[in-house]
Design a protein around this ligand. Structure first.
Ligand code: NAD
Ligand code: TYD
Length: 356
């Protein structure tokens, strides 16, 4: 295997930490640089098991800072970028869209321009280079309950400030291929779940609230439908696509695993109650219906046939198995979650759920 110098942005976050771990363990001959600003969502505790590996380095940097990133590319002779750094939570985007435009749009553009200038300055140009941008299925908008799934050629129709910022960054990435010939790839994935997810997101939030006997705030009627994928399956897809995906292509990544929120919440409750030794149904009374999220999309569902057919990827875990592993991980790693909850995040939680 040839040596490669790869920057993974957002490697201290949820999905990024799984991608960093996979690459560091699987490719000892690579030089893996985890570039992360360490916002509220970045946590180096996610990577304790690999932080001393010789092929791993952490660099604290904001993706919006063009000059330092350009210098890093030169110094480390970067030939691959896997870009996950982003503001990622829809609720926060509704409160503060500017931060989402800054990081997700301008930050992505800054990385693209630095990569363009550096790679075009080399004798071999773009040969052997790759800019791989990780995006979301939310850019496609909202599906009716009886309609088809999102395919790679589904037109973009983002609704939330988060998905609008991700859609914009996807367009910039494709524009750098179409205009300058940069070897880019974009993937759009459904909702991920698994260990190390920041506990403002539905699944870790609810597991932890059940443990702490706190209310479970269900937005609206809980009838929105999402497609869920275990995070390590997403990381495996990213590895495969980074190495074997076709330049300029888009791949959808999803598990054909749609759940109505309220049904998913009942599965979580059942699993947590069983593992904690509570009687069946014990925590159902914690369910609390609250005001719906503004602009809440009715349904996301992704068709990942192209990835399955062209590159042979498929999810490795059945949902029941994935949820069992996830619930056990959060219950077994209470210190990880308590460290987050005891800090700044508590203020956010109190402001979001003050009426409960
Ligand atoms: P996350 O919020 O857990 O992690 C984001 C990481 O990016 C954090 O470590 C944070 O410190 C870092 N970051 C934020 N702003 C930065 C900046 N300006 N400079 C450098 N680093 C910065 O997010 P996640 O859930 O792991 O999502 C990762 C990527 O995958 C995002 O691009 C997201 O849009 C995409 N995605 C997420 C999901 C999902 O279900 N979580 C699904 C599909 C796609
Ligand atoms: P979330 O985990 O916040 O992911 P995303 O930012 O990608 O939307 O939300 C997943 C779904 O769960 C979404 O339909 C909103 C809903 N939800 C609740 O009902 N209650 C909550 O407290 C949260 C955080 C989310």
């Amino acid at each position: 295997m040839a040596k490669r110098n790869i920057v993974i942005t957002g490697g201290a976050g949820f999905i990024g930490s799984h991608v960093v771990r996979l690459f560091v363990n699987k490719y000892p001959e690579y030089n893996i640089i985890n570039l992360d600003k360490l916002t509220y969502a970045g946590n180096l505790d996610n990577l304790k098991d690999i932080e001393n590996k010789p092929n791993y380095k952490f660099v604290k940097m904001d993706i919006c800072d063009f000059e330092p990133f350009y210098r890093l590319m030169q110094e480390e002779k970067i030939d691959g970028i896997i870009h996950l750094a982003a503001e990622s939570h829809v609720d926060r985007s509704i409160k503060d869209p500017f931060t989402f435009a800054k990081t997700n749009v301008m930050g992505t553009l800054s990385l693209l321009q630095a990569a363009k200038l550096y790679w075009e300055s080399l004798p071999e140009g773009y040969e052997g280079k790759r800019f791989y941008h990780i995006s979301t299925d939310e850019v496609y908008g909202s599906l009716a309950l009886d309609s088809e799934l999102f395919r790679e050629d589904t037109p973009y129709s983002p609704h939330s400030p988060y998905s609008a910022s991700k859609a914009s960054s996807d367009h910039f990435v494709r524009a750098y291929h179409d205009t300058y010939g940069m070897p880019t790839i974009v993937t759009n994935c459904s909702n991920n779940y698994g260990p190390y997810q920041f506990p403002e997101k539905l699944i870790p939030l609810f597991i932890n609230n059940i443990r702490q006997r706190k209310p479970l705030p269900v937005y609206g009627k809980g009838e929105n439908v999402l497609d869920w994928l275990y995070v390590e399956d997403h990381a495996r897809a990213i590895d495969l696509i980074f190495h074997r995906g076709k330049i300029a292509e888009t791949y959808n990544i999803g598990g054909f695993n749609e759940w109505k929120n309220i049904d998913l919440i009942k599965v979580i409750i059942k699993t947590v109650d069983r593992i904690l030794g509570n009687p069946e149904g014990h925590s159902l009374s914690l369910i609390t219906y609250v005001t719906d999220r503004l602009g809440h999309d009715a349904r996301y569902a992704i068709d990942s046939t192209k990835l399955q057919k062209e590159l042979g990827w498929e999810p490795s875990l059945q949902f029941e198995e994935g949820i069992e592993k996830t619930v056990r991980w959060y219950l077994d790693n209470q210190e990880w979650i308590d460290n987050i909850i005891s800090g700044e995040y508590q203020k956010y939680y109190d402001s979001m759920y003050s009426n409960l």
